[in-house]
Design a protein around this ligand. Structure first.
Ligand code: PGA
Length: 255
């Protein structure tokens, strides 16, 4: 079986200016530096205005932290006011880019088709997408969780080669658990992450399914991280609120 190094990602959303961002990674670096042997990969996904500052700090101090972004366009350049291209992120040594977060889908109209274009563009620039999927509370109550999540995964992976699929990250985030303090039970989270992995096997084969990393997201805290990440199909976490504070985030990384 493929070994999957867990990836714990901090999604800062629209929080932390570049001074606050720098202070947060410096503290995180200090806290993680105490770990003799970090068995997980850690990424932070800061607002665009912070990225250059964080890149410089992470590289100069050789921090055990990987630079991530929260979003990008799929085009290389052009008349797209307000957008940032994958090429621009790659130039800052960004490694992971979140795609299709439910807030982008719900508040900014991102469709499955856009998510797919972004996944392909991010891969084409040598970065790794963290492609998000997840159901609303109504969909869960109507028993549609598996169909919704499998549909998003299929649509997002359209035209992606099996080898590329194996290298990417998929985040399962039940929308009703994001920022609400409600977490899916470890059992429910595992069951849906298993659906994600099965769907990957169907579209890209068993090898890709064995190596793709699946994160759980939605009110992950130091107190619930261990139980969630002990599940066989959960290979890390996408953490919002609790990643803003370096001590809480380090607590999740250590779990
Ligand atoms: P949360 O956010 O941890 O604050 O629930 C998770 C996310 O939206 O990625």
């Amino acid at each position: 079986m493929a070994t999957r190094t867990p990836l714990i990602s901090g999604n800062w959303k629209m929080h932390h200016n570049h001074f606050e961002a720098l202070a947060t990674v410096q503290k995180l670096n200090y806290l993680l530096g105490e770990e003799e042997d970090l068995q997980v990969e850690v990424s932070v996904h800061a607002p665009f205005t912070d990225l250059r500052t964080l890149q410089t700090a992470i590289e100069q101090d050789k921090m055990p932290i990987v630079l991530g972004a929260q979003h990008c366009h799929w085009e290389e350049k052009g008349a797209f006011t307000g957008e940032v291209s994958p090429a621009m992120l790659a130039k800052l040594n960004v490694r992971y880019v979140i795609v299709g977060h439910s807030e982008r889908r719900e508040l900014f109209g991102e469709s499955d088709e856009w998510v797919n274009k972004k996944v392909l563009a991010i891969l084409a620039h040598g970065m790794v997408p963290i492609m998000c999927c997840g159901e609303t509370l109504d969909e869960r109550d109507a028993g549609q969780t598996d169909a919704k999540v499998a549909g998003q995964v299929r649509a997002g992976l359209e035209g992606v080669s099996p080898a590329q699929v194996g290298g990417l990250v998929i985040a399962y985030e039940p929308i009703w658990a994001i920022g609400t303090g409600r977490t899916a039970s470890a059992e429910d989270a595992q069951a849906t992450c298993a659906v994600v992995r099965r769907t990957v096997a169907e579209v890209a084969g068993e090898d890709a399914a064995a190596s793709v990393r699946i994160q759980y997201g939605g009110s992950v805290k130091p107190a619930n991280a261990a139980e969630l990440m002990a599940q066989p199909d959960i290979d890390g976490a996408l953490v919002g609120g609790a990643s803003l504070d370096a001590a809480d985030f380090a607590g999740i990384v250590r779990h």
